[in-house]
Unconditional design. Sequence first.
Length: 308
Amino acid sequence: MSLTRIGGTKMNWKDNLRYKYNTASILEKFIAINIVMFVLTFAFNTIGFLFGSSGNNFLIEWLVFPKDLSDLLFKPWSILTYAFLHAGIFHILSNMIVLYFSGQIFLNFYSRKKFVNFYILGAIFGALIFALSYNLFPAFQGTGKSYLIGASASVMAILVGIATKIPDFQVRLMFLGNLKLWWIAAGLVALDFIQIPFGNPGGHLAHLGGAAIGYLYTKQLEKGNDIGSWIESTINVISDFSFSSKSNPKMKTVYKNKQKKTEKKKSNQKDKNNQEKIDKILDKISSSGYGSLTKEEKDFLFRAGKDL
């Protein structure tokens, strides 16, 4: 097993990988998940080919979003999982490039929780538009088996969402110079619309669905309405259930207002002390490298990353 010496102790590659994941931004984590899923799907393709069953990738079959609503009943998770899969290298490369640059701008104005909300809502709305289109428009009748794959609807939700919030924000593009963010978003939306008759119509409609929900979500946030708050609540419930299942249930205690204020003050002071300690550790990494950290510092930083 490969070991790395850190602060006088030996850490294996799993610890290093866990550390890098927990200290990564939500944008980097989502890109990493997309890349890992891409590698896995093509690894299954290779294994299938070697055993004479190429073209029958059960991982893809179980995770892509189907056009038939009856099929959706047997794999409801696919309304989200399809948004972490890609059909080829150019497909994932183009999506991740747009996600990276638009996501960086997005996180300067919105929280990481909002990033997750936009991504998931884009996936859901894109999938629903895809399914409705195939079941309503005559142009799709008799087209046979079709499915939706790719993060494009989610990416469009984030890009159009942030372009709606800061439309005049300028982005420098190679060979094109400075362009306003809304020009870029509007250009990609227009390209999806005009390409519908020429190929992959369901995919382009899904992209437009993601763009529409990105625009709507931002407009609602400006009015004080968070239409994605249910996603945060769902994630919190799942997280609380996951942690509570690993520990013994505790009796509920009711405190008086004065006690609550005292507890809140102590909590704020603890957060402040933790942040100061994190800043010192990060300064130490910046000046001397990660290898200079002691095991206690590394463990503290790891635990802090999990609480972010």
